[in-house]
Write a protein that binds this ligand. Structure first.
Ligand SMILES: [Zn+2]
Length: 150
């Protein structure tokens, strides 16, 4: 009888450490941005998210009008960064991954915020700096979390 209980506890313990391992994977990801969206699926990075909608509205650039508003879900998620569509901008965009990690940490379901582009306008090869990119991203995030058995 006692033995059975012990075995059960053991199995539970293993399950729990498995769960910890998963959380660790997202810790690793925190340090190696390129992993997100390339080698690892959204599911693996954010196993606790059942569904997500990210609405992004940025300033419009010339003929790129259809890019002013974009909606991302799990299926078409761009990865760690959402890119800036300013054609003159280098290294433009912002880290949606960071925002999601903060939200998930707090189990936050809704967020509306304004992000500034981290890039700059420069010469075609990017070695001349003209000015900081003025693009802004108005974003709205809705997350539905999976029910976790605790
Ligand atoms: Zn930009």
């Amino acid at each position: 009888m006692f033995k059975t209980t012990n075995t059960l506890l053991k199995i539970r313990g293993e399950k729990m450490s498995n769960h910890r391992k998963r959380l660790k994977a997202s810790d690793v990801f925190r340090e190696s941005k390129y992993v997100f969206g390339k080698k690892v699926s959204f599911e693996e990075v954010f196993p606790e998210i059942e569904d997500i909608v990210v609405d992004v509205e940025e300033l419009c650039w010339g003929t790129n009008k259809q890019n002013c508003k974009r909606t991302y879900t799990k299926r078409n998620f761009p990865g760690e960064y959402i890119d800036c569509s300013n054609p003159l901008c280098y290294n433009g965009g912002f880290s949606i991954g960071k925002i999601l990690r903060d939200m998930v940490k707090n189990r936050q379901t809704e967020l509306e915020t304004l992000e500034l582009c981290q890039g700059y306008e420069g010469s075609p090869k990017g070695n001349k700096y003209y000015k900081k990119c003025l693009n802004q991203f108005k974003i709205k995030v809705s997350i539905k979390y999976k029910k976790t058995a605790k």
